[in-house]
Design a protein around this ligand. Structure first.
Ligand code: XMP
Length: 514
């Protein structure tokens, strides 16, 4: 996909590998993670402007340490080894590495001792973040030490002639405050990148690639109304128009007004060939009497596949299935410690389709991060209401209705949830909220309304901040917002007489209640 210059990052398993890609893309230079053992010939064919060897948890002393193809140093392309990547460079080019005693770990202050392209314009003392005990003691021929500390004399090395560099520390993390400058120097000054990678260009290239691959065939795309599938559908539609067929399954467990919004936005406004399956009754029928959270998820998952497969069969001759697989889902497979897991992950969304439905996958945003997908969506003209939408679980309201899921209880929760959404959206820092929603509890409590006693449902508010959904903290919602939300739910939603606020973090609690 690269008509422009780009940087290849070989991934040796560091938790920061993705960050390197991010930092470089932020400079408008495309970058991509590749397997740690990508052959030099493959790299040569794709003509990167530079190669970065990431860090990793291994030690070059381990018998099975992941090693790159030594011929990559002979391509004439600049190489930057970071941490483990530096130690491996030293080892492959004839230097020596000393096993570490973790003396330099965490914050360190290195002293720059020689003029060097990467450190140009930086002060003599630079704060950096180290995360590896091993260190280079004898540099390979042609290298000189550029920066170091007493305990780690070779914290940076360079062979300016061959344009091969090594850093013992991590320039990509925030704990190395001038790290972005160092990466910029590598990418622009050493590799000569222009920094002209833009979303508009990504769109043009994707469209050309999709057209080339699809030809006159047809593509099926599951549209959920979430960000990823919406962006994929609109991008494909721009590429192949009427050859795209979208399936939207209304399972009756969506947020208030969501199904209508999807139909209006994608069917009417964008003009997609949208097949809506109104399967509320089927889903709710299968959920009758089911109260166990796992049983609910299983029931909804298998019903979804059944409904989707039935719709897809109607599209007879479609050869491709489009998916909104994102970059973080795919890159684990490149890492020597990730194993084959990502191969499974990148397919798990289709997992379970019956064997008579054999699709080739088409994953047009598999090279993008979530916020890049949002940027792409904005560029494609998708409304902010969809692009900025909070994550919503596949099983929908079913995992927010504790106990049995019935049409009546879904209606109560949708109404309560609508009030939560409306009130939270008024907060100036609404964008700091990861998810905000209502949960319907399976108990009644006593209340009083006018002169009479009530015995009705309890709704819990769940509002959290999070970076990725893996961990989360409860969001400190201002008291007056809490008060207004509670009043509105109790006064406006029939069947609710009490509202409580969930103040648990994840872990040990989860974001969803089921
Ligand atoms: P938990 O509740 O495990 O949720 O803290 C973490 C994030 O994942 C979302 N979630 C799901 N998303 N299908 C999905 O597509 C699911 O079954 C599912 N369960 C939880 C949840 O909303 C939160 O963002």
């Amino acid at each position: 996909m690269q008509a422009h210059d780009w940087i290849a990052i070989l991934d040796y398993g560091s938790q920061y590998s993705q960050l390197i890609a991010r930092r470089i893309r932020e400079q408008h230079v495309y970058s991509e993670l590749m397997r740690f053992d990508t052959p030099a010939s493959t790299l040569a064919a794709r003509k990167p402007a530079g190669i970065i060897l990431s860090g990793g948890p291994s030690s070059v002393f381990e018998p099975n340490a992941p090693l790159g193809d030594p011929r990559l140093f002979e391509l004439g392309v600049p190489v930057l080894g970071i941490c483990y990547g530096m130690q491996m460079t030293a080892k492959l080019l004839g230097g020596t590495v000393k096993p570490g005693h973790s003396r330099e770990y965490g914050h360190a202050n290195i002293r720059v001792s020689a003029a060097d392209a990467l450190f140009r314009g930086l002060p003599h003392d630079v704060d950096v973040w180290m995360s590896h005990g091993d260190q280079v003691v004898n540099m390979p021929p042609g290298f000189q030490a550029v920066a170091g500390t007493t305990a780690c004399p070779v914290a940076a090395m360079a062979d300016a002639h061959r344009r091969i560099y090594g850093l013992q520390f991590h320039p990509e993390v925030a704990h190395t405050p001038r790290g972005t400058d160092i990466l910029r120097h590598f990418v622009f000054d050493v590799c000569g990148c222009k920094g002209d990678w833009q979303m508009a260009q990504f769109i043009r290239e994707s469209i050309a690639e999709i057209r080339r691959r699809v030809g006159d065939q047809h593509v099926v795309c599951g549209l959920s109304g979430g960000v990823d599938s919406s962006v994929v559908a609109v991008l494909l539609h721009q590429a192949i128009g009427a050859q795209l067929h979208c399936i939207f399954v209304d399972n009756g467990l969506l947020r208030h007004g969501e199904a209508e919004q999807v139909e209006q936005t994608f069917g009417d406004a964008f003009g997609l060939d949208l097949h809506v399956s109104h399967a509320q009754d089927l889903f709710l029928g299968r959920l009758k009497g089911v109260t166990d959270p796992e049983a609910k998820r299983k029931s909804i998952g298998s019903t979804f596949i059944e409904v989707f497969a039935n719709e897809a069969r109607k599209m007879g001759e479609a050869r491709f299935l489009a998916q909104g697989t994102l970059y973080p889902d795919v890159i684990e497979s490149f890492s020597p410690i990730g194993g084959p897991s990502a191969t499974i992950k990148s397919h798990h969304n289709v997992g379970g389709l019956p064997p008579d439905l054999k699709f080739e996958l088409i994953e047009p945003v598999r090279e993008l991060f979530k916020d890049e997908v949002r940027e792409l969506g904005r560029e494609l003209g998708i409304p902010a209401a969809i692009i900025d939408r909070q994550p919503f679980p596949g099983p929908g309201m079913a995992v927010r209705i504790l106990g049995e899921v019935t049409a009546e209880r879904v209606a109560v929760l949708q109404q309560a949830d609508l009030r939560v959404q409306e009130e939270m959206a008024k907060l100036p820092n609404y964008r700091d909220i990861w998810q905000s929603f209502a949960v319907l509890l399976p108990i009644q409590t006593v209340g009083v309304m006018g002169d009479s006693r009530t015995y009705e449902n309890v709704v819990a508010l769940r509002v959290v901040e999070s970076r990725d959904g893996m961990t989360a903290d409860w969001f400190h919602v201002p008291y007056d917002t809490l008060a207004r939300t509670s009043n509105r739910i109790i006064n406006e939603v029939r069947g609710v007489n009490r509202v409580v606020f969930d103040i648990s973090s994840k872990p040990p609690a989860t974001i969803e209640w089921e």
